[in-house]
Design a binder for this molecule. Structure first.
Ligand code: ADP
Length: 395
């Protein structure tokens, strides 16, 4: 029998990313992205069989993008009709108080994702466009929503609760929902598989343009740095992370409005706001040239990371494994080395050679020295494969 495959979709407001995945092996048979949807200057890049195919065309809506993507599969392979696609997985940022795992999309699930737009106004509406378009195109296929928050649905009550007056919190569903859950669940699960233990005291650091830390006891999250939205926590590419909420009151009183503040905190702050660059490779280049803003931004970034690792080690009552993942976590030996240097007090010791020369083919790559008291790992995250596997287990 032909192997089963899953079509995974990550729909943004003006983009649509997709992968055709064989979930058991994790093999990616094709992937691509449609960009600038909503304009007459749309672009699609489709990768299959080691080749990249581009097309430029007007893409007024997600529907035209989808239709063209399916045509590109016909023209360049693999043939979707014979690919034995058994389901379609949709990434959804906010699953709110409803979802503790992924869910088959039916009328009820759909209505809940719509209701949760209130909590994720930038993300859930864009995901819904992708969901609706794909369901219209493939009505006979099961469609599954995989939520970024699901891994954190059952956080211990003391870590999910803000010390906000409880009636207001209840009325507006204000709690810590977390984000990047698919990634933290996947990576921490691999750590448990790797060690053959389910009681590992571990911290996973998802350091990309967005960044979050998660403390896990075995396969269960006990705390995470993102909150009601992905704004809380670590210093990110363009987001503030933790900041005194009174800064908001102060700036409101100074005349800024809510939308301006939203943009300031989410898009103009973080590394970009501190030094003018949000790509860590550019920040490092400037640091090497002695640029004071870049050096300062790096210090602030590392300080926040250190604080979370320290806090989570205390919450876990010790630390067995620290894992780096995502764009910076996987590719930036400098950040890993600097953080681990600061963690020497708790017996963290890197193997510099392994830190500098990661084997990119390795699913799990140890960078700590054999006599380190904490095992330090690099594990490439793979949210799409994780979603594809969730789809397969549900249908
Ligand atoms: P997201 O999914 O949040 O957009 P990624 O996980 O793809 O982000 O990470 C993107 C970020 O990773 C870039 O903005 C850049 O800062 C960082 N990055 C990628 N490659 C490297 C590298 N070789 N060295 C340092 N940082 C890198």
């Amino acid at each position: 029998m032909t192997k089963q495959t899953v079509f995974v979709i990550n729909s943004g407001s003006s983009s649509l990313k997709y992968q055709l995945i064989e979930p058991v092996s994790g093999e990616v048979l094709a992937k691509g992205i449609a960009e600038r949807i909503g304009t007459d200057k749309g672009e699609i890049t489709h990768e299959a069989n080691g080749e990249k195919h581009h097309d430029a065309l007007p893409l007024p809506t997600h529907k035209e993008a989808f239709t063209r993507i399916v045509e590109m599969f016909k023209e360049n392979g693999p043939d979707l009709d014979s690919a034995n696609v058994v389901g379609c997985g949709h990434r959804v940022v906010q699953g709110g108080w409803y979802f503790r795992g992924s869910a088959v999309i039916n009328q009820d699930t759909h209505a809940k994702i719509v209701e949760l737009c209130d909590l994720a106004p930038l993300h859930n509406p864009a995901h819904l466009i992708g969901i609706d378009t794909a369901m219209e195109l493939w009505p006979d296929l099961p469609h599954v929503a995989a939520f970024d928050t699901a891994f954190f649905h059952d956080l211990p009550t003391e870590t999910q609760t803000y010390a906000l007056e409880k009636e207001t919190a209840a009325k507006y569903h204000i709690r810590r929902y977390g984000a990047h859950g698919t990634s933290h669940e996947y990576v921490s699960g691999l750590v448990c598989d790797h060690l053959g233990r389910d009681d590992v005291k571990q911290i996973t650091l998802h350091l990309g343009n967005g960044a979050s830390a998660c403390a896990e006891l075995g396969r269960k999250a006990i705390d995470t740095s993102m909150g009601l939205t992905p704004l809380e926590g670590l210093v990110m590419g363009t987001r503030t992370g933790d900041i005194d909420p009174a800064v908001v009151f102060h700036l409101l009183r100074k005349g800024m409005n809510v939308d301006e503040l939203d943009t300031l905190f989410n898009k103009k702050s973080g590394m970009l706001g501190l030094c003018g660059d949000n790509d860590m490779r550019d920040v490092w280049q400037r640091c090497q040239a002695g640029d004071p803003d870049a050096l300062h931004a790096l210090q602030v970034y590392l300080q926040r990371l250190l604080k979370y690792v320290g806090a989570y080690t205390a919450e876990l009552g010790g630390l067995d494994v620290l894992t780096f993942t995502a764009g910076i976590g996987e590719n930036d030996p400098g950040i890993r080395a600097k953080l681990c240097e600061k963690l020497a007090f708790m017996g963290v010791k890197l193997d510099p050679e392994r830190n500098e020369n990661r084997d990119r083919a390795a699913e799990v790559w140890q960078i700590s020295a054999p006599d380190s008291q904490v095992m330090v790992l690099v594990i490439p995250t793979n949210e799409e494969v994780a979603i594809a596997r969730q789809v397969l287990s549900l249908i």
